[in-house]
Design a protein around this ligand. Structure first.
Ligand code: IMP
Length: 521
C-alpha cells in the first residue's frame, strides 16, 4: 500500500522515536570509549530564517555575556594585547598569557582597556635630535610618512612638532637634526576628543595626522587619516557597561606569587581572570579561588581545566564563575601520551557542561577546535564558548614574527608545556612551568610541542568568517540562537548521528586528483 503523500509529516508519529539519536543516546552509544568532535554529526533541521538572523550571544561567565562565543588561548604565541584588542572588538575575548613578568602582563591589560577604535595609542614618535637621514630610513622601513616629535622621543613627552616626508624629502643634508626641519605649528586634538570630532579636524586642516595631547601638551595618541579610511566598525565589540572599555581577560597560575600578579592585573582594569592549570582540581587552585573570591568578589574567575564531573564539582563549590574544559585535546598537546591522563574532548565537554549548567556555571570548551564544525559540536554538547589556540595561531595579531620555510610564510606556535615555553623564564613566576606543576623540576617533562603554522592573515577577516560560518551551521540545524540550540538538544529535538571511520572519509573531500581548500575570500 502506498501512503498518502499529503500525510507524510503526520505519519512520523507512527515511529517510536525521531530519526537519529538524542544527545544522551549518542553519548551512551560510546559506553566503552570517549567521543571526539569528529566521531559524530548533528542532523539537519528545518531552515525557516536567514543565517544573518542567527543570534550567537552567549554567557562567558555567570556575569559576563559575549556577542560571539570565542576566546583566544592564554599562550605566548597566541594572546598578547593586539590579539586581545581584536578578539574583543570582534565580539569575543582574548586571555593574555602570563609567561612574562606581572608588570609586562599588567601593561598589556592596561593597553587593551585604554584602547579606543581609531586612535593609535602607541604611535612611532621621534626626538628632536634624530637626523633627517634616520627619518628617511624609517620612512622606507615602516612605510609611514610622518612622525610626531616629542622632547623625550616617546609617547607621554611634550609635543614639539611633527616631521613629514615633505620636510625631509628635498633636504640634502642627512645629518641635519629633525628640530631644524620639522613643522612646529601643529594642529592638535585635546585628550578626550571623540573620533568624529577628530575626523572633522583632520578634514578641515587637510593634514594626514592629528596628534592628541593632554592639558600640559604631552602626546597621548594619534589619529591617522589612512587608518580612519580603513576603519572597520565593530558592532559586536565586547565592552563593559559602565566604562565602555573593551573587555579583557588574563591568565595567572596558582602559586603564591600569582596573588601579587593578580593585584597588578586588577589595578590595570582586568575583567576576568583564568586560573591556568592543566589540572584544575588541585588544592592550590581551590585555595586561590577562595582567596580571589574573598578579595575581589566582583572579579569573574574562570577555573580549570577539568574533564570530569568530580573535578568540576570542587571548583563550582569553591566559587568558579565558569569552567574551562579540556585535557590533552590541544593541537600542540602530548599530555595524554606522556601522563596517561586526559579525556576525549567530546565526552569531556558533555560530562562537565551538563553537570555545571545545572548550577548556572557556563563552560568553555578548550583545545582541539580545528574548524567551524568543531565549534558547533562543542556548543551542542553544552559548552557556552570555545577557546582556540591553533586555529588563531599564524594570524597577524599573534605575537612573533613571520618567517619563511620551504617557500611558506610561517609563524611559531608552541604548547605552554613545551620545553621551549617552560624555559622562557621571567623575573617572577614562570607561568608555563606552574601550569604543569613543574616549577621545582630539575628535568622538565614536556607536555607540549613547539612548531609552526601557516600565515592565516588577520583575525579581522578570520573571526568574521568563523562567526558567519557558525550562523550558517545553526541555520542548517534549524535553530536561531545558541539558547535555542541548548534547549532543543536537551529536549531531544536536535538529533545526532555517530560517524564511522568510513563516514568520516565520506564526509571529507575525496576522489579528486588535486584541489585547493580556500576557506574564505
Ligand atoms: P588548540 O586550540 O587545539 O591548539 O589547543 C589550545 C589549548 O591547548 C590551550 O588553550 C590549552 O588549554 C592547551 N595547551 C596549551 N599548551 C599546552 C601544552 O603544552 N600541552 C597541553 N595542552 C596545552
Amino acid at each position: 500500500m502506498v501512503l498518502d503523500t499529503t500525510k507524510a509529516t503526520a505519519h512520523l508519529k507512527t515511529y517510536e522515536r525521531k530519526d537519529g539519536l538524542s544527545i544522551q543516546e549518542l553519548i551512551d552509544s560510546r559506553n566503552f570509549g570517549g567521543l571526539t568532535y569528529n566521531d559524530f554529526l548533528v542532523l539537519p533541521g528545518l531552515v525557516s530564517f536567514i543565517s544573518t538572523d542567527v543570534n550567537l550571544e552567549t554567557k562567558l561567565t555567570k556575569k559576563i555575556t559575549l556577542k560571539a562565543p570565542f576566546l583566544s588561548s592564554p599562550m605566548d604565541t597566541v594572546t598578547e594585547e593586539n590579539m586581545a584588542i581584536h578578539m574583543s572588538l570582534l565580539g569575543g575575548i582574548g586571555i593574555i598569557h602570563s609567561n612574562c613578568t606581572p608588570d609586562e602582563q599588567a601593561e598589556m591589560v592596561r593597553r587593551v582597556k585604554k584602547y579606543e577604535n581609531g586612535f593609535i595609542n602607541d604611535p612611532v614618535v621621534v626626538s628632536p635630535d634624530v637626523t633627517v637621514g634616520q627619518i628617511k630610513e624609517m620612512k622606507t622601513q615602516m612605510g609611514f610618512t610622518s612622525f610626531p616629535v616629542t622632547d623625550s622621543g616617546k609617547v607621554g613627552g611634550k609635543l614639539v612638532g611633527i616631521v613629514t616626508s615633505r620636510d625631509v624629502q628635498f633636504h640634502e643634508d642627512d645629518s641635519s637634526k629633525v628640530s631644524e626641519v620639522m613643522t612646529t605649528d601643529v594642529i592638535t586634538g585635546a585628550e578626550g576628543i571623540d573620533l568624529d570630532k577628530g575626523n572633522e579636524l583632520l578634514r578641515t586642516s587637510k593634514k594626514g595626522k592629528l596628534p592628541i595631547v593632554d592639558k600640559e601638551g604631552r602626546l597621548v595618541s594619534l589619529i591617522s587619516l589612512t587608518d580612519l579610511q580603513k576603519n572597520q566598525s565593530y558592532p559586536l565589540a565586547s565592552k563593559s557597561f559602565d566604562s565602555k572599555q573593551l573587555l579583557c581577560g588574563a591568565a595567572i597560575g596558582t602559586l603564591d606569587a600569582d596573588r601579587e600578579r593578580l593585584d597588578k592585573l586588577v589595578a590595570a582594569g582586568l575583567d576576568v581572570v583564568v586560573l591556568d592549570s592543566s589540572n584544575g582540581s588541585s588544592i592550590f587552585q581551590l585555595n586561590m579561588l577562595k582567596w580571589i573570591k574573598s578579595k575581589y568578589p566582583e572579579l569573574q574567575v574562570i577555573a580549570g581545566n577539568v574533564v570530569t564531573r568530580e573535578q568540576a564539582a570542587l571548583l563550582i563549590e569553591a566559587g568558579a564563575d565558569a569552567l574551562r574544559i579540556g585535557m590533552g585535546s590541544g593541537s600542540i598537546c602530548i599530555t595524554q601520551e606522556v601522563m596517561a591522563c586526559g579525556r576525549p574532548q567530546g565526552t569531556a565537554v558533555y560530562s562537565v557542561a551538563q553537570f555545571a549548567n545545572q548550577f548556572g556555571v557556563p563552560c568553555i570548551a578548550d583545545g582541539g577546535i580545528g574548524n567551524i564544525g568543531h565549534i558547533t559540536k562543542a556548543l551542542a554538547l553544552g559548552a557556552s564558548c570555545v577557546m582556540m589556540g591553533g586555529l588563531l595561531a599564524g594570524t597577524s595579531e599573534t605575537p612573533g614574527e613571520y618567517f619563511y620555510r620551504d617557500g611558506k610564510r610561517l609563524k611559531a606556535y608552541r604548547g605552554m608545556g613545551s620545553v621551549d615555553a617552560m624555559q622562557r623564564t621571567s623575573t617572577n613566576a614562570n607561568a608555563s612551568t606552574s601550569r604543569y606543576f613543574s616549577e621545582n623540576d630539575k628535568v622538565f617533562v614536556a607536555q607540549g610541542v613547539s612548531g609552526s603554522v601557516v600565515d592565516k592573515g588577520t583575525i579581522r577577516k578570520f573571526i568574521p568568517y568563523v562567526y558567519n560560518g557558525l550562523q550558517h551551521s545553526l541555520q542548517d540545524i534549524g535553530v536561531q540562537s545558541l539558547t535555542e540550540l541548548r534547549e532543543k538538544v536537551n529536549a531531544g529535538e536536535v538529533r545526532f548521528e555517530f560517524r564511522t571511520a568510513s563516514a568520516q572519509f565520506e564526509g571529507g573531500v575525496h576522489g579528486l586528483y588535486s584541489y585547493e581548500k580556500r576557506l574564505h575570500n
